[in-house]
Design a protein around this ligand. Structure first.
Ligand code: ZN
Length: 250
C-alpha cells in the first residue's frame, strides 16, 4: 500500500509488507522480517536491510518490540529508538504497540494473521503501529495506543488517520463460541456449523468508537490466510515468517 497524498505532503511513510522480495527459504519464504521466529537471523537481517534500503529508512533506528498479545504501549524516544533493530533480545519487552513523534525513527510490528494497525496524526506528525490479535482487540489495545499518541502529541483524536492492514478475514477465521462471544455479534458470522470472526472489522469499530471519523479509516480487506501468494498466515502454516507494518516520520 502506498502512502496517500496527505502523508506524502507531511513526509510520513507507512507500509504493510508482503512475503515477496526477500532471501529466506521455505517455510519463511521469502521476506520474513521477524527475529522471533526460528529462522537464520542473517536472513532476517538481510530482509530488513532490503526493506529499509527500498524505503530509504535508517536501518539502525528501526524500533521493534517483543510482542506478547499484551495491552502495553511503548513511547519511542531518544533513549530507546533502534531497540530490536538487529536482534530480538534488545527489542522493547512485553509490548504490542509503539508510538513516536521522532523523526527518522521507523517503528514496526510483525504479524501473520493478527490485525496490524497504523495510526498517523498528520497535524502533529505522530505515528503508531499496533499488533492486535483477538486478545489485543478484546483488551482494546488500539484505543490505548490512540490515547498514548494523543497524550504525547497534544493533538486531536479527530485528526488521526487509521489504516487496518492485511489480516485473517471472516472468510477464514473460525473460532470457538467462547471467543466469538467476546465480540459484537455483528462482527461474527455463522456458516456451515462454524463461527467466523471479523477481526479487521472489530478493529475498525474500535477505532471509530475512539473518536476517529469513519472517513479517516481505511481497511485493507486482504486476507492473509486466503492470499498465500502474498502473505504469511499462522493459521495456514504454524511455522512461517511474519510480514511487517511500518510507519516513519521522514
Ligand atoms: Zn480468507
Amino acid at each position: 500500500m502506498a502512502s496517500p497524498e496527505l502523508l506524502r505532503e507531511r513526509s510520513i511513510l507507512i507500509a504493510f509488507t508482503t512475503r515477496r522480495g526477500g532471501v529466506s527459504p521455505a517455510p519463511y519464504d521469502t521476506l520474513n522480517l521477524a527475529a522471533h521466529v526460528d529462522e537464520d537471523q542473517n536472513n532476517v537481517l538481510a530482509n530488513r536491510l532490503r526493506l529499509t534500503a527500498a524505503l530509504e529508512l535508517d536501518a539502525t533506528r528501526l524500533t521493534t518490540a517483543q510482542q506478547t498479545h499484551s495491552r502495553n504501549i511503548a513511547l519511542v524516544d531518544q533513549a530507546n529508538n533502534g531497540a530490536g533493530a538487529t536482534d530480538y533480545d534488545s527489542a522493547i519487552p512485553d509490548t504490542d504497540a509503539l508510538v513516536t513523534g521522532l523523526q527518522n525513527t521507523p517503528i514496526a510490528v510483525f504479524t501473520a494473521d493478527c490485525v496490524p494497525v497504523i495510526l498517523v496524526d498528520p497535524v502533529t506528525r505522530y505515528t503508531s503501529v499496533v499488533h492486535a490479535g483477538y486478545k489485543g482487540l478484546y483488551s482494546r489495545i488500539v484505543t490505548a495506543a490512540i490515547d498514548v499518541l494523543v497524550a504525547d502529541s497534544g493533538g486531536r483524536v479527530g485528526d488521526i488517520i487509521a489504516f487496518v492492514g492485511p489480516a485473517i478475514g471472516k472468510c477464514c477465521y473460525d473460532v470457538d463460541p467462547e471467543r466469538a462471544a467476546l465480540f459484537a455479534p455483528a462482527r461474527t458470522e455463522r456458516r456451515g456449523g462454524k463461527i467466523y470472526l471479523d477481526t479487521p472489522g472489530i478493529a475498525a469499530d474500535e477505532i471509530q468508537a475512539a473518536g476517529i471519523p469513519a472517513e479517516n479509516i481505511s481497511v485493507s480487506g486482504l486476507c492473509t490466510a486466503c492470499r498465500e501468494d502474498l502473505f504469511f498466515s499462522y493459521r495456514r502454516a504454524k511455522v512461517c515468517g511474519r510480514q511487517a507494518t511500518i510507519a516513519a516520520i521522514l
